[in-house]
Design a binder for this molecule. Structure first.
Ligand code: GLU
Length: 491
């Protein structure tokens, strides 16, 4: 059997990192087993539909470099599939189930259902769901009510007794007592749109989906899906319910823990390489040792056997580590290219873009070790393109030093730059070392205030080459300004 897998997001919000993992696992599984990967937009819940969410799905896949084996194609004959464009197919199939006595029309109004729920919970019990009151209506009577235009939904006739077996490649055989399954869920709503349960079963059949890799939150619905496949006398795909992704506190990953959408990470300057590598390790491992995997590696190495059943824990620091790794290994040109928009966003590249880009390219070799994300670039390199704020003493005086001392140190330091450009960076290091000694200072007491004044950050690249790039004119001007600010305060 050919591997055919799908990513089937519902466009109701931004792509969550859990969805990204599902997409990646399906994609890598397809590639590694010589199969096909397609996209299906599950947009049958029109009340929660959001156009921007659809755009975000495509943007996220493009950003990650995930290509679809089906579509987009001219004429739209093949995928990506969009469920709202296939409504007739679902209607026909819900009718087929009604004809075969596997589904029935239900005329209960939302008020009826609300009353039912109130009664069920009146004595403090939990709601047990729909009480199946329309299940035994005479089909002819029901057909008459439908013909007269009465509002109705179609419900699936779930099995009442026994249990349903879900065969999960990761979790093994899971047996569900049928009495625990959501009783007779709606498969076709009164607006004629199918629910997810019906639509995805019909689609997975006609799209010849071989495996369904999806989040474990779908496991409780899986027995129902198995029953629907059986009702059509179709073979169900092989299921694989992926472990949950938790935050560091053991609760399901959510905004409380930090960024959770692919867009958040993209805008924060993470590289797709880092996201792909790190996210794939959430619930999958190769040999328990190796951690670094590029997309091309995973396209060959990914196997379902190495999936883990235990919940995965999302570690933001670990992601930063991967990101820093991939930033370091990017070639110079591509890194420059990716940083330019970050500098533009931060308003640092106004004016002559070519000049700025040349300076950026010169500065990158000394700065790249300081970058954990692309969005760090404006902080680390901003000083070359704009003067730091030198009007605030708290931005000039290091925490452990006092204002008067720093003022005196900076004044002395003004004399330290004679001959600077004639010396190598190492010679300049030695020179400042010597000066600190002569002035009875620790090296940090001299260099930290200088670093803050000249670069505006303690995260700057090494100071000597930074000063060389900044130039002596700007260096002198910044020093003078900072001294003035401190003098005004000490007076
Ligand atoms: N549309 C469902 C979701 O948003 C897909 C579940 C499945 O893959 O079957 O997660």
């Amino acid at each position: 059997m050919k591997t055919r897998v799908r990513y089937a997001p519902s466009p109701t919000g931004l792509q969550h990192i859990g969805g990204v993992r599902t997409a990646l696992f399906n994609y890598f599984f397809a590639k590694a087993s010589g199969g096909e990967f397609f996209l299906r937009i599950e947009d049958t819940d029109q009340s929660r539909y959001d156009d921007r969410a659809v755009e975000d799905i495509y943007e996220t896949l493009a950003w990650l470099g995930i290509e679809l084996d089906e579509g987009p194609r001219e004429g739209g004959e093949f995928g990506p599939y969009v469920q709202s464009q296939r409504v007739e197919l679902y209607k026909t199939h819900s009718q087929k189930l009604v004809n075969d006595d596997k589904a029935y029309a239900c005329f209960c109004s939302s008020e009826d259902l609300e009353r039912m729920r109130e009664q069920q919970t009146a004595d403090g019990g939990a709601s047990t769901g729909y009480d199946r009151r329309c299940r035994d209506l005479d089909p002819n009577v029901a057909a008459g009510r439908i013909a007269s235009g009465e509002k109705h939904v179609i419900r699936f006739k779930g099995a009442l007794l026994g249990e349903t077996m879900v065969n999960d490649i990761l979790l093994g055989e899971v047996a569900w007592p049928n009495k625990n399954i959501n009783p007779d869920p709606v498969i076709l709503k009164s607006d004629g749109f199918p629910t997810y349960h019906l639509a995805h079963v019909v689609d997975d059949h006609f799209m010849q989906t071989s495996h369904v890799l999806r989040g474990q939150e779908w496991l409780p619905s899986a027995p129902l899906h198995v029953q629907i496949f059986e009702a059509f006398a179709w073979q169900a795909p092989i299921y694989c319910h992926l472990s949950m992704i938790m935050g560091s506190d053991g609760h399901k990953l959510s905004k409380r823990h930090g960024s959770t959408s692919a867009q958040d990470f993209r805008l924060a300057g993470y590289l797709p390489e880092a996201i792909i590598n790190y996210i794939t390790l959430l619930g999958w491992s190769f040999d328990g040792e190796r951690e670094l995997f590029e997309k091309q590696d995973l396209e060959k190495l990914f196997t379902l056997e190495k999936l883990s059943k235990s919940p995965a824990s999302f570690d933001y620091q670990k992601l930063d580590w991967f990101n820093a790794h991939y930033l370091r290994s990017l070639d110079h040109e591509r890194l420059c290219h990716l940083i330019v928009p970050e500098m533009q966003k931060a308003g640092l590249f106004a004016g002559n873009l070519t000049e700025h880009a040349i300076l950026l390219s010169q500065a990158l070799p000394i700065a790249r070790d300081r970058l954990h994300k692309l969005s760090d670039a404006p902080i680390v390199l901003g000083f070359l393109f704009a003067e730091p704020d030198l009007s605030k003493p708290e931005l000039i005086v290091p925490k452990k030093q006092n204002t008067a001392d720093v003022c005196a140190i900076l004044e002395k330091a003004q004399t330290a730059f004679v001959g600077f450009l004639d010396r190598s960076d190492e010679q300049n290091e030695a020179h400042f070392h010597q000066l600190a000694q002569d002035w009875g200072l620790k090296l940090g007491q001299l260099l930290m205030p200088l670093r803050l004044v000249l670069t505006g950050t303690s995260a700057s690249p090494p100071l000597m080459p930074s000063i060389r790039l900044l130039g002596l004119e700007k260096t002198t001007r910044r020093l003078a300004k900072a001294i003035q600010t401190l003098k005004d305060l000490v007076k």
